[in-house]
Ligand binder design. Structure first.
Ligand code: MEZ
Length: 526
């Protein structure tokens, strides 16, 4: 059936749905639902890692293969440095820029390497806001408790305390740099409520918050004249042979040459892994999100944690085909948008946590209450026109200009017709284990943002990722700079690589997977 025919049920049932209040599930109901439908619980998608710091731990097959994969760097590479720096930041997104700026402000010589252009990252794709406890009836303690509950109590308390307590000063830093957060009629910062939060706490720039933050950070990196190596992918880390990180090997993507960087410390800010398309899921992530930092850190001996849990954002686009997996911000549900199945019914409290909402959508689709497109994809409706009905004409256009544009390009008006959505691979909940300074269990190897793990537990709340990367960009940049001021450059070796290759051989792993992946598997065919 034509999509416009299928949409009719949403318009027809709107008035009845508007009178309903859907209770949230009880803890026991949530657990049952998640265990039955959440992709984290599909056993066949998982396997144990064969060797390395997380030997025996279970993770998804795609990531296990990457962690056990083969380095592109030959053992006899000439390690004479092409560049020398105090702090090498790897990654040009929000965490990388924040780390570079703080390291620079603390007096370090900083070099920022990024495999695409400065700013190309998941940060620019974060739409719905950054969580910070700034209002008089909110507090970092409340923010802590909400995040802990959302993460199923599996969050690292120390990391979480640092994040929520530093939130207000981060917001001030961003405002001082020039980020244009939305304000109410009195000129106060406007706050919105996200799923799983007890208070409105999201600072927003319409539905392009990450893009606005990145605009300013990127500008500041350029203003401060921090040396950049763009289109330079880090493909291996270096150590002094005694477990301390001392630099990295880059591949210049233009001429394929390998370049050696001697660095007193390295900050990995490489982002997520959506482009591994775990379990065949589409993703909301940018083109470079291939989990490079995890593979690099793992080979050098860094321990990973909670790498069996991923966030499938409830609302990824299903139609039109050109938008498959693209994010449809949670902000629409925060403003009252209903999720509606093929029978015209709501089936979950739309502001429950993402793992619960995604599991409910998958349940509806698996039990035959999903809507099938002509190409065979399935999803449920997000009633976007309801926002104009509830809050007045023009609400969708005013609050979601980027989303309106995203669909307008394909002739669809989301203020008039609902959009079809299904969970999309959005975020890696776990990552490299770090301490409160963002340091891994490998000395002078720091990790900031999505590549690190522990802070969000088993389910991240909306808006906590933008705050995470600002806070831990600051922690890592500051610590790395202060420490390196007193340090000589360590020697450069690839000893860990020889050990890693011997381990692989011992476990019978002759990997065909080049690791890190750098660009998605399909990039080579495009
Ligand atoms: O933090 C996020 O993942 C986010 C803000 C996403 C969104 O729905 O807009």
């Amino acid at each position: 059936m034509d999509i416009h025919e299928l949409q009719k049920i949403v318009h027809k049932t709107r008035d009845v749905r508007r009178t309903q209040t859907l209770p949230k599930y009880s803890p026991a109901e949530r657990d049952t639902l998640i265990k039955k439908y959440h992709p984290d619980h599909r056993e066949s998608a998982y396997r144990p890692i064969k060797f390395g710091p997380n030997a025996g731990d279970r993770t998804v097959r795609e990531l296990a293969a990457l962690l056990e994969g083969e380095s592109p760097v030959p053992a006899d590479l000439d390690l004479t440095p092409d560049y020398t720096t105090d702090v090498l930041v790897v990654g040009g997104g929000g965490a990388g820029c924040a780390a570079a700026l703080h390291a620079h402000a603390n007096g370090a010589k900083v070099t920022l390497a990024t495999k695409l252009r400065l700013g190309d990252s998941n940060t620019v794709m974060a739409q719905g806001g950054i969580q910070v406890a700034v209002t008089s009836d909110d507090s970092p303690v409340q923010h802590f408790l909400d995040t802990l509950k959302g993460g199923h109590m599996k969050n690292d308390h120390e990391l979480l305390k640092v994040m929520v307590e530093d939130g207000p000063s981060i917001a001030k830093w961003l405002l001082d740099l020039g980020v244009l957060f939305d304000r109410d009629a009195d000129g106060n910062l406007h706050v919105k409520k996200g799923g799983g939060s007890s208070k409105p706490r999201l600072l927003t720039c319409s539905d392009y918050t990450g893009l606005e933050i990145m605009r300013v950070l990127k500008d500041e990196v350029l203003n401060q004249k921090i040396p950049l190596l763009e289109f330079s992918a880090v493909v291996e880390l270096l150590s002094d042979g005694n477990g301390t990180c001392t630099g990295a090997v880059l591949r210049d993507l233009d001429n394929k040459r390998l370049l050696v960087v001697a660095a007193k410390s390295v900050i990995l800010a490489t982002g997520g892994i959506g482009r591994l398309h775990i379990q065949g899921f589409p993703t909301s992530n940018h083109y470079g999100a291939t989990g490079d930092g995890l593979a690099l850190a793992y080979r050098l001996g860094a321990k990973l944690l909670q790498i069996d849990t991923f966030q499938y954002h409830p609302s990824g686009a299903v139609f039109p085909e050109q938008l498959i997996g693209a994010l449809v911000t949670e902000g629409i549900r925060s403003e009252g948008g209903h999720l509606v199945n093929a029978k015209g019914e709501r089936f979950v409290n739309e502001l429950d946590t993402r793992d619960v909402v995604s599991s409910s959508i998958i349940r509806e689709c698996e039990e035959g209450r999903g809507i099938r497109t002509m190409s065979g994809r399935v999803g449920v409706w997000l009633d976007t026109p309801l926002l104009d009905v509830e809050h007045g004409p023009g609400t969708v256009a005013k609050h979601f200009p980027a989303m309106v544009k995203q669909y307008e390009r394909f002739g669809l008006d989301i203020s008039k017709d609902p959009v079809l959505i299904y969970p999309t691979l959005h975020y890696q909940n776990g990552g490299v284990q770090i301490d409160v300074h963002g340091e891994a269990n490998v000395r002078n190897l720091f990790v900031a943002g999505e590549a690190s793990g522990g802070l969000h537990g088993r389910n991240r709340l909306m808006g906590n990722s933008l705050l995470d990367l600002m806070v831990f960009g600051k922690q890592t940049g500051t610590t790395a700079a202060i420490r390196t001021a007193k340090m000589p450059q360590g020697k450069l070796t690839l000893d860990h690589l020889a050990r890693f290759r011997a381990e692989a051989k011992k476990h019978g792993v002759a990997s065909a997977v080049m690791s890190p992946m750098v660009l998605p598997a399909y990039a080579k065919k495009e």
